[in-house]
Write a protein that binds this ligand. Sequence first.
Ligand code: SAH
Ligand code: SF4
Length: 374
Amino acid sequence: MSSKLNLLNFDKAALQEWFVANDEKPFRAIQILKWLHQHGEFDFDAMTDVGKKLREKLKNSFEIVLPEVVVDNISSDGTRKWLFRLADGNCVETVYIPEKNRATLCISSQVGCGLNCSFCATGAQGFNRNLELHEIIAQIWLAHQLVADYQQVEGKIVKHLEKIISNVVFMGMGEPLLNYTNAQKVIDLLLDDNIYNLSKYKVTLSTSGVVPVLEQFCKTSDAALAISLHAGNDELRNKLVPINKKYNLQHLLSVCENYCNTRDRSVTFEYVMLDGVNDTKECARQLVKILQNIDCKINLIPFNSFENTLYKRSTDENIDIFSNILYKAGFIVTVRKTRGEDIAAACGQLAGKFQDRTSRSRLLLEKYKKEVAA
Ligand code: SAH
Ligand code: SF4
């Protein structure tokens, strides 16, 4: 095994510390991180503003260890999905969604997820482990490289990150607030002017509501916040998003309200549209009632089906009726376009296929249906 350190595992503070411990100036850390992340450069010899002696020292101390690309699928709509194999054999997914005026990268924070939301392919795989900092940041680093290479093949040369990835969302596999130390380190690297230099409105952490950690996020993090709501009452939310049994809607929403008031930010509520489960007019009216004091936007997500799930996507007509009720009540509502369906681009679907443990979601849904019938 190599005795060198993986440079992708260093945030600014850790690299500055390394430089000081090695009798170098801490500002060098920013130079190196800028080369590595903003320019995608990992060849120390190409870092022209670093002296030769220091470059030799860096070459002897650091390397870049990346996951292996096992699947690289490009959908007919341009969505691109990768499955990356980590050193221990586990796989995680990353999805790239280019649009007219932006390009969003959806990253994973855990292998699997233990929160067991009944409509989620990642939840059906169960929890395996948290990702290390380098395993999360490598998804961004590799996506940057792979898309840049791809665009060169198409005859374009795009060098700056913001033209390749303008938005990053923690909406891949896993619950980022249960790997928060690393998720926040990634956010810090993404928002740093000298490193990724992304806007604080364009890096979004999505959570199903791990309230104690959310409180910490709300106090200190500059990233944007998305909450996976999916139901407007506790009874239904307990079934769809089981962490609601621990931290109920009132608790969750009071933290959101306080966040908007104290940080002058708004929240996006995500709401997966499940046919006959949470898509009635009554459900929409409940949302209007519980969200009226919160500065928010509501994002309706048509359910992305996966093998062995018994849920169905709401009809377009019901999504229209639902969104109209919210719109007329004064909310900003968007309906997420379904992208990359031909390449299983929704959260957890590809890794699920590789790990083949989706039968658990069928059992969960059968249990839920029995509970509803009882
Ligand atoms: N654990 C975090 C982030 C990852 S999930 C969270 O739950 O917010 C990212 C988003 O995808 C969440 O809003 C989640 O509810 C949604 N999602 C999961 N499975 C889905 C599916 N099959 N169809 C549509 N949206 C889904
Ligand atoms: Fe985990 Fe999010 Fe999936 Fe729920 S929706 S199981 S929290 S990844």
